[in-house]
Design a protein around this ligand. Structure first.
Ligand SMILES: N[C@@H](CCC(=O)N[C@@H](CS)C(=O)NCC(=O)O)C(=O)O
Length: 231
């Protein structure tokens, strides 16, 4: 799936709205960072008939889906794993770091429900304020703990990502930076530096620029009130 590989031809990635679809962003970013050449197929979510359209690409009717010839991979983590098979650097090369990375990816993929539902990703929005529930606060502190423990390791000193070089762990956690940016979530210094680095990343900026141009509104993802005093 790299551009050095003949099988890179005709790879498609089905994604949802760039403004709102976090799982799409995870797979998209992994493909970009691995150098996969792919064609984006973007479908707006929660508009009339969207589920029927998505079901033409994958059995769950969800995004993302990676399509290559007869192969259909319909889950963000499965897409990342498939890409990593041909690009082993998408996981840390050290076995214990790789195990750690896999554990935090699984934790993201199966958890953080309060973050995902109470402060949804909304790339266009800034300075949104709302009351943070105790569950939400606990999840934010857990993310801070995960990022801090990765970033404090020696291996991350040479390069700014969670395990030094960009890995699937970053693909999984980058969307949370965008959640946190919108709602002014305050993190410790080491995590704030990571967040700023993510926001300055060229691929993330490309995604955000496209999100800003979108006009669809998913009402359930428009939460909080605009508060000018938020940083
Ligand atoms: N576990 C799946 C979750 C996919 C998912 O929930 N995608 C959302 C968009 S971010 C979706 O397709 N929503 C449409 C719907 O719920 O009908 C993955 O990791 O890819």
């Amino acid at each position: 799936m790299t551009n050095k590989d003949d099988s890179s031809q005709n790879i498609y990635l089905l994604i949802g709205n760039k403004n709102y679809s976090t799982w799409s962003l995870r797979a998209w970013l992994c493909c970009r960072k691995a150098g996969v050449i792919f064609t984006e197929i973007k479908k707006a979510l929660y508009v009339d008939g969207y589920q029927e359209k998505l079901l033409e690409y994958g059995p769950t009717g969800l995004v993302p889906v990676l399509i290559q010839k007869d192969l259909r991979i319909w889950d963000s983590l499965a897409i990342c794993e498939t890409i990593a098979e041909r690009n082993p650097k998408m996981w840390p090369l050290d076995a214990s770091q790789r195990a750690h990375a896999r554990a935090i990816c699984a934790e993201m993929h199966s958890g953080f429900r309060a973050i995902r539902s109470q402060i949804p990703m909304n790339c266009r929005a800034n300075k949104r304020k709302l009351m943070f529930s105790p569950e939400l606060q606990a999840e934010i502190r857990r993310v801070e703990e995960i990022w801090t423990s990765c970033l404090r390791q020696q291996h991350s000193k040479s390069s700014p990502w969670l395990f030094g070089e960009f890995t699937i762990a970053d693909a999984m956690y980058v969307p949370l930076v965008l959640h946190f940016k919108t709602y002014g979530v305050v993190m410790n210094q080491i995590c704030s530096t990571y967040m700023q680095m993510v926001l300055n990343d060229a691929d993330v900026k490309t995604w955000l620029a496209a999100a800003l141009l979108e006009e669809e509104i998913i009402a359930e993802c428009e939460v909080g009130v605009v508060c000018d005093t938020l940083a």
